[in-house]
Design a protein around this ligand. Structure first.
Ligand code: 9MR
Length: 471
């Protein structure tokens, strides 16, 4: 009886899921209006390819391992046009209300390295497991003075994510989100710290925006008890604070990590942008299916599980972006060692998913090692090759298609009136590419920059749509 009931439920769930799929497939692709896009100061859509830089910034100095040469090499060899650059609340506000501007100067110095390469910087206020003082140095992010564990015990766990469930860590979050009713001041401090950072970088031309909190975790409140009632109002408060200092940079908001990282739905509420001239809020989920970052693989039965999570993510995250009225950007994906079974395959598949969704990404991470782009000896890894993929870095309109296979890049877009800057495509090779475009001959032109490996395309603005194919 019990078995039958369960089977009945499963069948019902499967039928519902299939019905959902059928509806989605039956609808013609153009029936859904395109999501808004992240744009540059010339109105072009930015497709961001970048590397998270870096896990090493979680340490005491709050600064990543990189030198200027590493940034030059990334831009040249991988063609990145952006970076998700990690900063730490503990370094920004080492004592309550006291900001370390010398730290922000060091950040600004590194931001300038990206600016020299024409890259866009997204500053990410990173945290894992709340902060170093929540559980014997296991975490990063929050300063000691903002860590209230109320004397509860803690033992760091392996894999590291299980440390999130330790009593002291849960309590530190419960106090931060004021689930305990005892520390309303902590979220206020966080918002004010962001205001300070925004003030410092508002006029820095290399900075594109701010990722307000890495992988939020709700403590003892999760999912519908957290994302709607706690996280969204918190983001609203931070956005309002940022906007008092910076009207124009983009603000990136993440769903909670648990669930959405694996493709589950998010119930994050809408965040309003008070800036004049249209919202600049980006939905910025991560993708870590099947624990690929925690020693998982992409072969055999594990691959089937991960593929199911691909399908979920691909349906649920764009749907959430649509609900929030925001562009989507994949802020973290990767973490798999280059020797893990299926690493190249996995990378190819998420890159294809990103292209299918005309969505940019930031790979985790550029730290030297087996999941970085250089290994411990400084040699390029598998990822240095796979991430160096042809792409449209700026599109003079709304992209409708990005696809790359067998050496051919195809990009479709709709004209957006008033953009005079060209569409720009990046290629890993210096060989001039062969180009065809659907615009009438003589109405468009291209220019090849063999140093930057960038093809600029001035399409005919009188044509409503364009498709370029490049071999
Ligand atoms: O890869 C990182 C690992 O070496 C650290 O021990 C861990 C805890 O700080 O963080 C890992 O990076 C994670 C990132 O901070 C947040 N998203 C998931 C990343 C991969 O697990």
């Amino acid at each position: 009886m019990r078995v039958r009931t369960t089977l009945g439920r499963i069948t019902l769930a499967a039928a519902t899921a299939l019905a959902g799929t059928a509806t989605v497939q039956a609808a013609p692709a153009h029936a859904e209006t395109a999501l808004p896009t992240i744009t540059d100061d010339q109105g072009r859509t930015l497709i961001l390819h970048g590397l998270n830089t870096a896990s090493s910034a979680k340490g005491p100095t709050g600064l990543p391992w990189i030198s200027r040469d590493d940034v030059v090499r990334e831009a040249r060899d991988i063609g990145t046009n952006s970076v998700r650059y990690l900063i730490q609340w503990k370094n920004v506000e080492p004592r309550p209300g006291v900001y370390d501007d010398a730290y922000l100067d060091e950040v600004a110095k590194r931001v300038a390295w990206y600016g020299e390469q024409g890259m866009h910087v997204i500053l990410d206020m990173h945290q894992d497991i709340y902060g170093p003082d929540a559980c014997k140095g296991a975490g990063n992010g929050a300063p000691a003075w903002a860590t209230y564990t109320d004397g509860l015990p803690c033992t760091p766990q392996d894999p590291w994510v299980l440390t999130y469930l330790q009593p002291a860590v849960l309590r530190a979050y419960d106090n931060f989100w004021n689930n305990t009713g005892k520390h309303p001041e902590l979220m206020e401090h966080y918002a004010a710290a962001w205001r300070h950072v925004a003030q410092r970088f508002a006029d820095d031309r290399a900075v594109l925006g701010y990722d307000l909190m890495n992988e939020p975790f709700g403590g003892t409140r999760q999912f519908g008890f957290f994302e709607g009632p706690v996280l969204a109002p918190f983001y609203q408060r931070v956005v309002n604070a940022v906007r008092t200092a910076d009207r124009d940079n983009w603000v990136f908001v993440e769903p909670q990590a648990l669930g959405p990282n694996e493709g589950a739905e998010t119930s994050l509420g809408t965040v309003r942008d008070p800036r004049p001239g249209g919202p600049r809020i980006v939905f910025a989920p991560h993708f870590y299916p099947g624990g690929v970052d925690l020693g998982g693989s992409y072969d055999g039965a594990a691959k089937l599980l991960v593929q199911a999570q691909f399908a979920l993510w691909k349906r649920n995250m764009p749907a959430a972006a649509r609900r929030l009225g925001a562009p989507i950007w994949l802020g973290e994906v990767g973490g798999m060692g280059q020797d893990a079974p299926g690493a190249a395959d996995f990378t190819g598949d998420w890159l294809t998913m990103a292209d299918d969704l005309t969505m940019g990404w930031a790979y985790w991470s550029n730290d030297p090692g087996s999941s970085g782009v250089v290994d411990g000896k400084g040699n390029p890894t598998l990822f240095a090759k796979t991430l160096a993929r042809p792409y449209p870095r700026a599109v003079a309109g709304t992209p409708t298609r990005i696809s790359y296979s067998s050496g051919t890049l195809t990009v479709g877009w709709k004209t957006r009136p008033g953009i005079s800057a060209p569409t720009e495509l990046w290629f890993p090779s210096a060989t001039p590419p062969k180009v065809t475009l659907t615009d009438k001959p003589g109405t468009w032109r291209t220019q090849w920059d063999a140093t930057r490996h960038v093809l600029s395309v001035w399409a005919n603005p009188a044509e409503p749509t364009h498709t370029i194919t490049v071999h």
